[in-house]
Design a protein around this ligand. Structure first.
Ligand code: FA5
Length: 343
């Protein structure tokens, strides 16, 4: 291609760019414009390929010209894009406009029933002088089991019940689990604060077990711990009765029976009578409790000769089932909107 032909093609291209550019009126046309004039296969690129055939003198003439054209197309493209995008946005805003003073009231979320009952339980225990404590869901094997006097061979440590995060170390401080119970907070708080102590610790726990209408793999417990001088099981009974009567505002039938937990002595279990409308009632296991085992106190640096106390751990999720007469525990973690909106 001669220099003259080249320059003619540049000026023709310039003209076509300017005509096409005037025709770009909506954002969708821009892409085609870009491909035609700036894309890999554009005429501009074709022309650029010829520059190498010119002499150094000629290159000095055509180089700046073609570069100028390229800059101009680029510049025009960007300006146009900006204008068209703003126009498109303004159009959309016109369509999407709503008058908030006239629209239907939209639905507002509500607290999950577990959170509701948790808050109520916290209020009731706070009124009895308990502090609300918290702790991690991923816990060391030591805090979840060893410090609580749970023997190495106890079935709860078994793969069936515990979700292990790591279990290869000989040292139980180095292994970790998804906590199977909120009793880990007893340990943490007694080590931190010693005695006397009066706390509850609501929280989520995890168990690798078979699921049914009253067993979920993730559920909530509330741990309680009261350690002081001269504490008896009578105090525990009084506190439990106070919580249930405040929460249910009616008489609740409970049954207390002996139970075994390695971290209490003596240990007991509490069942609550659970009756759904039109169905036969049954005893539902609600809580494990007992007097804190002296070894647990010692593991946490508490003087077991001077201090004693009780601990309990109840199923908050089961309490919610009872309060709201929910037949299947799994509904509570189902995230079904129609179910949750009832509360
Ligand atoms: C414990 O977890 C003991 N840490 C409780 C305890 C604390 C005893 C302090 C003594 C002193 P247990 O595994 O029984 O115990 O569970 C306590 C309560 O959690 C049960 O009574 C029940 O209400 C609830 N629970 C247990 N497993 C499930 C499950 N899979 N789904 C829902 N709730 C459950």
């Amino acid at each position: 291609m001669t220099l003259k032909e080249f320059l003619t093609r540049v000026s023709e291209l310039e003209k076509r760019v300017s005509e096409s550019f005037d025709n770009v009126r909506i954002i969708e046309h821009l892409e085609a414009f870009f491909q035609e004039f700036l894309g890999k296969k554009s005429q501009l690129n074709e022309l650029l390929k010829h520059i190498k055939d010119f002499s150094p003198e000629e290159k000095k003439e055509v180089g700046p010209q073609i570069q100028q054209l390229k800059n101009k197309i680029n510049q025009d493209f960007l300006v146009k894009r900006n204008v068209l995008e703003t126009e498109a946005l303004n159009e959309k805003l016109k369509e999407d406009w709503i008058d908030v003073t006239k629209s239907e009231p939209f639905s507002v979320g509500n607290l999950h029933p577990i959170s509701k009952i948790q808050r109520r339980v916290e209020q009731i225990f706070s009124s009895m002088g308990f502090e609300i404590a918290d702790g991690p869901e991923v816990e060391t094997e030591w805090n979840n089991f060893d410090a609580l006097n749970v023997p190495q061979t106890h079935p709860a440590r078994d793969m069936q019940d515990t979700f292990w995060i790591s279990k290869d170390s000989e040292n139980s401080h180095e292994n970790s689990v998804l906590r199977t119970q909120t009793s880990n907070i007893q340990i943490r708080k007694m080590i931190e604060h010693g005695a006397p102590i009066r706390i509850i610790a609501p929280g989520r726990v995890f168990r690798n077990e078979e699921l049914d209408a009253t067993h979920d793999a993730t559920f909530y417990q509330v741990e309680g711990l009261l350690v002081d001088e001269n504490i008896t099981l009578g105090h525990l009974k009084g506190i439990l009765e106070k919580m249930l009567s405040e929460l249910f505002e009616k008489e609740i039938k409970i049954r207390i029976r002996p139970g075994y937990f390695p971290f209490v002595e003596p240990g007991l279990e509490v069942d609550i009578w659970f009756e759904l409308p039109g169905k036969e009632g049954k005893w539902l296991e609600f809580m494990g409790a007992g007097m804190v085992h002296p070894s647990v106190l010692r593991n946490c640096g508490v003087d077991s000769k001077k201090y004693g106390g009780f601990a309990f751990g109840f199923g908050l999720t089961r309490l919610v089932m009872m309060k709201y007469e929910i037949e299947d525990i799994r509904l509570l973690s189902s995230q079904k909107k129609e179910f949750l909106e009832q509360f």
